[in-house]
Design a protein around this ligand. Structure first.
Ligand code: FES
Length: 142
């Protein structure tokens, strides 16, 4: 596990996907390629992506886990959301933007709330992964 960067984007955060059970679906407010994206079930192997010390509430981070890049956003104390960092436009590695995730190649931007595209040429949202906070570890289900 390697951690690249993290930055503060808000005050409170959450453990996303996996603990957002019951919601089942995340809605998006934008059109043009944004689709509702179901919150993935926490299947697969929980894999440590970072620690809560390195992903504060309201912060996002870009991490590499098992050779692949992922984007994290800690919504509140107990909730974190995880997405692939592979851009749905032409496959560049999406990074951290000022408020959302941003692709450096052609400028697509994606919401940290649900991975939906909020700007740029990408047509689809970032693929979402179940994630959880386990003690002081931030886990992605891979
Ligand atoms: S590859 Fe990401 S915007 Fe084009």
């Amino acid at each position: 596990m390697e951690q690249f960067t993290a930055h503060q984007t808000g005050r409170r955060a959450v453990l996303g996907g996996s603990l957002a059970v019951g919601t089942g679906v995340v809605l998006t407010a934008c059109g043009g390629g944004n689709k509702t994206q179901p919150v993935p079930e926490p299947t697969g192997t929980p894999t440590k992506a970072t620690t809560t010390a390195d992903l504060k509430v309201g912060a996002s981070a870009s991490v590499a886990v098992q050779g692949n890049n992922y984007l994290l956003w800690r919504k509140d104390e107990n909730t974190v959301y995880a997405y692939t960092a592979v851009c749905t436009h032409q496959g560049c590695t999406v990074g951290l933007g000022k408020t959302d995730f941003k692709c450096p190649c052609h400028g697509s931007e994606f919401s940290h709330e649900d991975g939906s595209r909020v700007a740029g040429p990408a047509k689809k949202p970032l693929t979402r992964y179940a994630a959880a906070i386990d003690g002081t570890d931030v886990m992605i289900y891979l």
